[in-house]
Design a protein around this ligand. Structure first.
Ligand SMILES: Nc1ncnc2c1ncn2[C@@H]1O[C@H](COP(=O)(O)OP(=O)(O)OP(=O)(O)O)[C@@H](O)[C@H]1O
Length: 537
């Protein structure tokens, strides 16, 4: 079972200790049963033994302690594993190639990391109960051997018939649970559609209804999948209970008719059988949970394998490039691939050289490949052909990790972090001065190293992103249509003052822009045209 391998792989905590305590708990539980049986016999014969009562208290104490230990230990163990997996997967994801993340879709990662690991966490207590119950069943069967080998034989025959049927049903339940998991993912996607497209749906009642109808269909499919899975589980449970009642009927009605000496044991045997029934039902009841855990574990490992096969190559030592004189792209090509492997768009034979302290504007029509070029230039995408050279050093795949450190970027789909992560010794005065310079003084407040209000307009968010890039103080700034959302006054300030100051300070700026009014302020303007870099004008 995946679950055992999972524990072996994910934790150094000796799992055998948990198993040993489980055995002790089961043993103490069975001891309680034996004491009850003996005491009941003694009461029937008007005898009372203090030792038996003391034994009962001891067995009770051991059972209570071991049960609690097991619950706490299993939960601690699983929570530790869940934490490790969450952190490990997220760490691997951040080291993946951008293309892989773009192609996979972020929602898939969210769903896998949050839902799947939460599931493991939720089922931890149930698993601990199932394990304990299994031990109680096994040890009670041993006790049955002690009081009546014949009854044990009957139980074994019955279990011998019922277990294969049970295993078959269990397999069916497993299949059904995979379908449930798939349908539920589709349902979450539909809910996501409604939340992400909230504004669009507000404007179109018909569209909103159509999306909702789709959600209803998916919800119905999820519901019937769950019902079918539960149906298999319930059949499974009922079957186990029924086989027990068959066993008890055999023990009470059939065996005494053939074996006279057995009659004296019948009370103990029935009491033991009834005692086993509870834990056995619990074990069977939680088998679907174990199934679910198995499926979840498989999903998590499948995701991890997928992520691992797309890890970005990394240099072993972090030694970022912090300065440069010239950057040269020679015959660089890159293409996006369709699912069938064909190329959907490509940039081709790009030759571009860049000097330190230069301001370069990139212009071009929508979809001409400007952003794609920036992603190749900054090392987010690997060129399929051609080379990147930094001061005569060829940038190989293993250098990309350090090469990317040259850049601060504001792409059109940038993300704003509320903390100034990665910046040490932040000069608060400078942050406040920059907030004022970028006309943001009343909006986000910078308190205790973080920005307090990120509910800003698009233009303001971009200015805050610019503030952060200025604090990062990297040699090259990449600004993808930064000015598009700024008002005319700030736009003028941006082109005429800010960019020029950056240049004076030795920074290199590459900006995608459509503001031809300010083209004269660039050292050079180049144009992307259907994936090719051409002269401008
Ligand atoms: N992540 C992606 N996966 C697949 N294709 C993409 C991806 N990003 C962009 N493309 C495709 O590449 C082409 C160029 O896109 P790109 O964003 O580079 O153009 P652009 O010149 O920056 O456009 P715009 O001015 O509209 O921002 C487009 O046809 C687009 O469909």
């Amino acid at each position: 079972m995946e679950i055992i391998q999972f524990f072996r792989q994910e934790t150094n905590i000796p799992i055998h200790r948990v198993i040993t305590v489980g055995i002790i708990a089961g043993f103490a539980n069975s001891m309680l049963l034996a004491i009850i049986n003996i005491a009941a016999e003694q009461v029937a014969n008007s005898v009372f033994e203090v030792q038996l009562f003391v034994l009962y208290v001891i067995a009770f104490g051991i059972f209570a302690y071991t049960q609690r230990y097991l619950m706490i230990r299993t939960t601690t163990l699983i929570e530790e594993i869940v934490r490790k997996i969450r952190v490990r997967l997220t760490d691997k994801i951040r080291h993946c190639e951008l293309r892989f993340i773009e192609e996979s879709g972020q929602s898939d990662f969210y769903a896998q990391i949050t839902q799947q690991t939460s599931l493991i966490s939720q089922i931890s207590l149930q698993m601990s109960l199932a394990i304990q119950s299994l031990f109680v069943v096994l040890i009670s069967l041993c006790y049955l051997l002690f009081i009546s080998p014949l009854s044990l034989l009957m139980a074994i025959i019955l279990l011998g018939i019922s277990i294969p049927i049970h295993v078959l049903n269990n397999y069916k339940a497993k299949e059904k649970h995979s379908i449930v998991a798939k349908q539920q993912t589709l349902l979450f996607e539909s809910v996501g559609n409604i939340l992400n497209g909230f504004k669009e749906l507000k404007f179109n009642y018909k569209k909103s209804n159509a999306v909702f109808e789709h959600l209803q269909k998916v919800a119905c499919l999820a519901e019937s999948a769950k019902i079918e899975a539960t149906y298999v589980e319930v059949t499974l449970m009922t079957f186990v209970r029924l086989s027990f009642y068959i066993l008890i009927a055999l023990l009470i009605f059939v065996i005494p008719a053939f074996f006279e000496s057995y009659s004296g044991e019948v009370f103990k045997v029935v009491a033991t059988s009834l005692f086993i029934m509870g834990p056995l039902t619990v074990t069977v009841f939680y088998i679907p949970t174990l199934n679910l855990a198995n499926i979840t574990i498989k999903n998590i490992y499948a995701l991890e394998d997928k992520i691992e096969s797309h890890l970005d190559s990394q240099e072993r030592d972090f030694a970022p490039f912090t300065t440069f004189n010239s950057l040269q792209l020679t015959d660089v090509s890159f293409s996006y691939k369709n699912v069938d492997g064909s190329e959907s768009f490509f940039i081709q034979n790009i030759n571009l050289s860049l000097q330190q302290g230069e301001i370069l504007f990139i212009v071009g029509g929508n979809g001409s490949g400007k952003s794609t070029l920036l992603k190749v230039l900054t090392g987010l995408y690997y060129p399929s052909e051609g080379t990147i050279q930094l001061d005569q050093q060829l940038i190989e795949r293993t250098h990309y990790y350090n090469y990317r450190e040259l850049f601060s970027t504001i792409f059109t789909d940038f993300h704003l972090f509320n903390h100034l992560y990665g910046l040490d010794n932040i000069d608060e005065k400078r942050v406040h001065a920059l907030l004022a310079e970028l006309e943001l003084n009343d909006k986000p407040r910078f308190i205790n190293g973080q920005f307090t209000n990120l509910n800003l307009s698009t233009g303001q968010r971009k200015r805050l992103a610019l503030l952060i890039t200025l604090l990062e103080d990297k040699p090259i700034l990449i600004l993808d249509e930064f000015a598009a959302d700024q008002d005319p006054n700030f736009r003028q300030y941006f082109y005429e003052t800010l960019l020029q100051t950056l240049k004076t300070n030795g920074k290199t700026v590459i900006a995608v822009t459509h503001d031809d009014k300010y083209f004269h302020l660039a050292d050079r303007v180049v144009k992307m045209d259907y994936g090719k870099l051409v002269a401008y004008p």
